[in-house]
Ligand binder design. Structure first.
Ligand code: MG
Ligand code: MG
Length: 266
């Protein structure tokens, strides 16, 4: 059953989502070639706990990390570890926190130094998919309007949409109904109304849409091992305009002063 949120509850989800935004901003200050993904994870966990919250993913169905860190051909759910980032990598970093009983969830795909032009374009179009999807999250539209818009933009640019993983409702739980697929038909599905809070998170592949799960039981990667991009915001459905509860502004500000990162996707 879908739980529609009160204004007060939405403010609490905003607080959690903004802590996610600030955590990703801290990660963005530190991200560079040579850093291990486990180091980014530790930094994020400390930052979250210092702000009176707990990591939302750590322990979730037994996940070991605070962040999901998914480089290159990994789509989502990559486990932080000893892998070192290198120039030319792209890396999806997904973060969730639980504060005051409510979750926030957001993800950004970073470029490490200079990346291939074809991959930069994939990131840019995936970011646009998120923005265009969010624009559809208004009263009177349907979930299918969000899904269709994302799929249409990705495929019009020659990319494919991951089907096995989708966006989701959230609030007192990290994942709640409804599912928010990144593919679908205009005008179909749930009618959107105020109080609905969802995470919209396009996962877009440079090659074919198919994915497999690694033996670690978590990591999802593309079958053809071509790059995949992922951006996510937590949003509340609005009357004229969606209310974006998470934010990339902390990431963007950090990347501007991070000399190791020359490319900012926005
Ligand atoms: Mg997420
Ligand atoms: Mg999510």
């Amino acid at each position: 059953m879908i739980e529609y949120k009160s204004e007060k509850e939405i403010e609490l989800i905003r607080e959690s989502s903004l802590l996610v935004a600030k955590t990703l901003g801290e990660v963005a200050k530190t991200i560079r070639p040579g850093i291990k993904t486990i180091e980014l994870d530790k930094l994020a966990e400390e930052f979250i706990r210092d702000h009176g919250a707990v990591p939302g993913f750590k322990g979730y169905h037994g996940f070991s990390g605070t962040l999901c860190i998914s480089p290159n051909e990994q789509v989502v759910h990559g486990i932080p570890g000893q892998r070192e980032l290198k120039e030319g990598d792209i890396i999806s970093i997904d973060c969730g926190v639980l504060k005051n009983g409510f979750y926030g969830d957001s993800a950004y795909t970073f470029a490490i130094g200079e990346i291939d032009e074809a991959v930069r374009r994939l990131l840019h179009v995936t970011y646009q998919c998120l923005t265009l999807g969010i624009e559809q999250a208004i009263e009177g539209n349907t979930l299918g309007d969000i899904s269709f818009t994302i799929q249409d933009h990705a495929e019009a640019n020659g990319y494919s949409v991951v089907r096995e993983l989708v966006g989701h409702g959230l609030g007192r739980n990290l994942h709640e109904p409804p599912e928010v697929p990144n593919f679908g038909k205009k005008g179909k599905g749930l009618k959107l109304r105020k109080g609905l809070v969802v995470a919209i998170e396009p996962m877009i592949n440079l090659g074919k849409r198919f994915v497999v799960q690694e033996k670690d039981g978590w990591t999802i990667r593309t079958s053809d091992r071509m790059p995949s991009a992922h951006y996510e915001h937590t949003i509340a459905v609005g009357v004229d305009k969606a209310d974006v509860l998470s934010s990339f502004s902390h990431i963007i500000e950090s990347l501007k002063s991070n000399i190791n990162n020359s490319i900012i996707i926005e």
